[in-house]
Design a binder for this molecule. Structure first.
Ligand code: SF4
Length: 328
């Protein structure tokens, strides 16, 4: 039988002396776009993240769907458009039918049932893409000022060349609603995309023409009380019952050299401001940092809301790795 995820007990949330904050170095461990966005969103969120706190709750929503879908997409584009299977995913996460949780099995099945429709819809377009890489990590030296070198780190979803040989970034996004997904990407992903474009240009020494946003909508099916077989049948029927445009959307955004230069200046200033804040955090601890209550439940519910609201670390664990997402 699939098993349920466990939760941890309470620890001292105020302890900022532990690794990774103690040993964290912007040059050695790097800065990611998600850390800088956390810093811009809420200093407390960035501080808790740098102190190594991570939620242990089992994510069964659109975020988990996105993680599984990212794995399917990276396999698909790195194997010459071979469609991955549910069984291959289980092997990848080191689980089988007896050890995977019910919630995770359901999401893996949703993705594996939907993926053939994705592949069929984009087959002609994707055969024209000259894939350079799929889901790869980067670590790029970056001079925030002539005296201050840091490392930009992250994971690109994909890179490809178009028919004219120009390099493009590919960014996958999973959503529960395509219209909201499009809007969110247009409004909010400029920072993330420009961060990746700049890092890629420094990394490869070549201009990146722009980004292809690749949006996939999560099928709305839930298992309910029925059997696995009944659930699987329902998912397949639901996907067949809609036009592909209900689930899939793509659009391209081109960035001019001027936009990239302006972003480079903005990033340099942000990195230096972050550095000053980090020195204050090390010297004075969490009590000296500012929390932004307006960000607790804005577009997304903050991962640390139970911790901040109840001053309890129950359900959280502490890691020594400031960027575990780069290891997946
Ligand atoms: S719950 Fe709110 S105050 Fe606490 S870290 Fe998150 S955004 Fe900041």
């Amino acid at each position: 039988m699939p098993k349920k995820a466990k939760k941890s007990t309470s620890q001292d949330v105020k302890d900022t002396t532990v690794i990774p904050l103690k040993s964290y170095s912007m040059k050695e461990h790097g800065v990611t776009q998600s850390l800088l966005i956390s810093y811009l969103t809420c200093r407390m969120q960035a501080a808790l993240s740098l102190c190594g706190w991570k939620s242990e709750g089992e994510d069964v929503g659109v975020t988990k769907f996105g993680t599984v879908m990212h794995w399917f997409l990276s396999q698909y584009y790195s194997t010459g458009l071979q469609i991955p299977t549910y069984e291959q995913y289980l092997e990848h996460i080191g689980r089988d039918e007896h050890t995977i949780t019910t919630a995770e099995a359901d999401i893996a099945f949703l993705v594996s049932a939907q993926f053939p429709a994705y592949a069929a819809y984009y087959r002609t377009m994707d055969r024209r893409l000259n894939i350079v890489e799929a889901e790869s990590s980067f670590e790029v030296p970056y001079m925030a000022t002539p005296q201050h070198e840091v490392c930009l780190r992250g994971k690109r979803d994909g890179l490809y060349r178009d028919g004219k040989g120009r390099l493009w970034l590919m960014e996958h996004k999973s959503v529960s609603n395509l219209d909201e997904g499009r809007k969110s990407m247009q409004l909010n992903f400029c920072f993330q995309t420009l961060f990746y474009i700049l890092a890629t240009e420094f990394d490869l020494g070549e201009e990146v023409a722009g980004v292809l946003y690749n949006i996939v909508r999560r099928p709305g099916n839930r298992r309910g009380k029925g059997t696995t077989e009944a659930f699987r049948k329902r998912v397949v029927e639901t996907i067949k019952g809609h036009e592909p445009e209900y689930y899939f959307a793509r659009f391209e955004v081109v960035y001019t050299p001027k936009q990239k230069r302006e972003f480079n200046r903005r990033l340099g200033r942000l990195v230096m401001e972050f550095k000053l804040w980090l020195e204050g955090l090390r010297a004075n601890g969490l009590k000296a940092t500012i929390q932004n209550d307006l960000a607790c439940d804005a577009r997304w519910i903050c991962e640390y809301l139970p911790m901040c609201g109840e001053c309890s670390t129950e359900g959280y664990k502490r890691t020594n790795n400031p960027f575990p997402e780069l290891d997946n």
